[in-house]
Design a protein around this ligand. Structure first.
Ligand SMILES: Cc1cc2nc3c(=O)[nH]c(=O)nc-3n(C[C@H](O)[C@H](O)[C@H](O)COP(=O)(O)OP(=O)(O)OC[C@H]3O[C@@H](n4cnc5c(N)ncnc54)[C@H](O)[C@@H]3O)c2cc1C
Length: 370
């Protein structure tokens, strides 16, 4: 495992060409050479820098998990299934407009609207569906724009490229809705603040989504084009297990596909990801198995706890206890992802001592491999 910061050439050979790139966008948008193009990261020209921020903040180059955890959560990486948590609960928005457009309970959209209303942030980086049903990240500055981000698009989207486009001298305070890989990249930035980029201290709120895997734009978009009348699609959904379906809601009804038909479009990089619940976010949000229209919410930081408290006080969120069976199952799924990913990483590197990007204590690795 190499802990040295290298340049874009090595980013290409060690991450992009080896199928480890998650398309988080952390390397793109702040350098003239690296851009996202049609679902992948492209190096437009040779860059001679031997150390680059592209390599440094990539969530798939060496990552000292204890240092990151210490920085974001104030303690070393936890071996607990869901990482470090203050509270795990169930919530949904009280706003009919949000609930009508959101993926499940609209907790993410409600939290961001509140953060904007209360002046915690001036804007938020979100993802919305373009007309061709591909995802694109954007900076929302109003309640109306935040609502445009509601709903899930299951294709990976280089969200952090938009963050990197924010001018260095901007004083706007930002919220970001991010996948676990993107939260990890953001946490690397928080741990070692970038130069000549957005002041990372202006990122005041990170809402992380749960994620088992994301789909690759290449391939999956073609599949959608071949199987659906895309302009008529209103919403996509992968309902929680045991559904095992991919659903497309269209103006003329729901069309379902067996999940196995789309598994071949999973980003190869997701195989090597240990994090199902965005362990370094302020608040992490996912679905609730068997309870429609609600979200599982994990509160991790003081920022997250204060916002949840305010959301309850102001009647923006309805909150409930997560049934013990759901909590147990969430923990089981999260642990399974860690164990699987570690095994895949070792199979890829061919060496138990080489965990590619994962810098973790031996004892934690031993436990996960046991
Ligand atoms: C690729 C992917 C995989 C997921 N896998 C799981 C899973 O395995 N288990 C689980 O419980 N939940 C999973 N989720 C999360 C789930 O789909 C909901 O986003 C979450 O429960 C929040 O619901 P909500 O009603 O609060 O969302 P809403 O209020 O509707 O807000 C949705 C938010 O998602 C963001 N978003 C949408 N698409 C993307 C994207 N491609 N990349 C980054 N951000 C995006 C938007 O910016 C928006 O803010 C996944 C989401 C995605 C995008």
């Amino acid at each position: 495992m190499d802990m040295k910061v290298k340049g874009s050439k090595e980013l290409l050979t060690e991450v992009i060409d080896t199928g480890l790139c998650t398309l988080c966008g952390a390397c793109a948008g702040s350098c003239p050479y690296l851009v996202s193009y049609k679902g992948r990261i492209v190096l437009l020209d040779n860059c001679t820098l031997s150390e680059g921020q592209c390599y440094q903040y990539c969530p798939r180059t060496y990552t000292d998990m204890d240092a990151i955890s210490q920085q974001v959560l104030g303690m070393p990486y936890s071996s607990a299934e869901l990482g470090i948590t203050k509270e795990v609960l169930m919530a949904r928005s009280t706003d009919a407009n949000i609930k009508g457009r959101a993926q499940y309970g609209g907790t993410v959209t409600a939290i961001l609207s509140l953060a904007l209303e209360e002046g915690l942030v001036d804007g938020a980086i979100l993802t919305r569906m373009s007309d061709d049903k591909t995802p694109s990240a954007f900076l929302a500055r109003s309640r109306k724009e935040i609502l445009q981000g509601a709903g899930s698009n299951y294709m990976a989207c280089p969200v952090l490229e938009v963050l990197n486009h924010i001018p260095k001298d901007s004083t706007e305070r930002m919220g970001v809705v991010a996948m676990p890989c993107q939260v990890l990249a953001l946490s690397k930035m928080r741990n070692e603040p970038p130069q000549n980029r957005i002041n990372i201290g202006n990122v005041k709120l990170v809402v992380g989504l749960f994620c088992t895997w994301a789909l690759s734009l290449n391939g999956f978009h073609q599949f959608l084009l071949e199987n659906l009348d895309l302009p008529r699609v209103i919403k996509f959904d992968i309902p929680p297990p045991p559904a095992n379906r991919f659903d497309a809601y269209t103006s003329s009804g729901k069309i379902s596909f067996p999940l196995d038909e789309i598994r071949k479009f999973i980003m190869p990089a997701c195989t090597y990801c240990l994090d199902m619940t965005s362990e370094f976010a302020d608040i992490s949000v996912g679905s609730v198995e068997g309870i429609e229209g609600w979200n599982t919410v994990i509160v991790r930081t003081d920022v997250g706890a204060d916002l949840m408290k305010m959301a309850k006080k102001k009647g923006k969120l309805e909150v409930n206890t997560l049934p013990p069976g759901n909590l147990a199952h969430l923990k089981e799924a999260s642990l399974l992802k860690k164990k699987r990913a570690l095994k895949e990483i070792i199979a890829k590197s061919g060496d138990r001592k080489n965990l590619l990007y994962v810098g973790l204590q031996e004892s934690i690795i031993d436990n996960l491999l046991a």
